[in-house]
Design a protein around this ligand. Structure first.
Ligand code: SF4
Length: 90
């Protein structure tokens, strides 16, 4: 773990909790809600989400987002970047 990641992780609301909470089955809405409930009160959720997006974490709930939700965020950001580039070149 790099120093930057280490800094936000010490403030994580999930510190000391069973990590399996954050790796529910894709269709286990109840467990997903439990994980998201912890993330909802986490002071470093933004950092956590950006870390997961940047390192392409494939599994688990990070920053309150499931893998499917993170893929959607990546697609939205990519579309926004393309649109911005198109506007600049127009
Ligand atoms: S956002 Fe969720 S998974 Fe990320 S550090 Fe906070 S509690 Fe843990």
């Amino acid at each position: 773990m790099d120093e930057k990641t280490e800094k936000w992780r010490v403030k994580a609301a999930c510190q000391g909790l069973d990590p399996s909470i954050f790796y529910p089955a894709d269709d286990d809405e109840e467990q997903i809600a439990v994980a998201k409930g912890v993330c909802a009160v986490c002071p470093v959720a933004d950092e956590c989400l950006e870390h997961a997006l940047g390192s392409r974490e494939r599994e688990g709930v990070w920053g309150g987002a499931t893998e499917r939700e993170r893929r959607r965020i990546v697609r939205q950001r990519r579309r926004a970047a393309y649109a911005a580039a198109a506007r600049r070149s127009a």
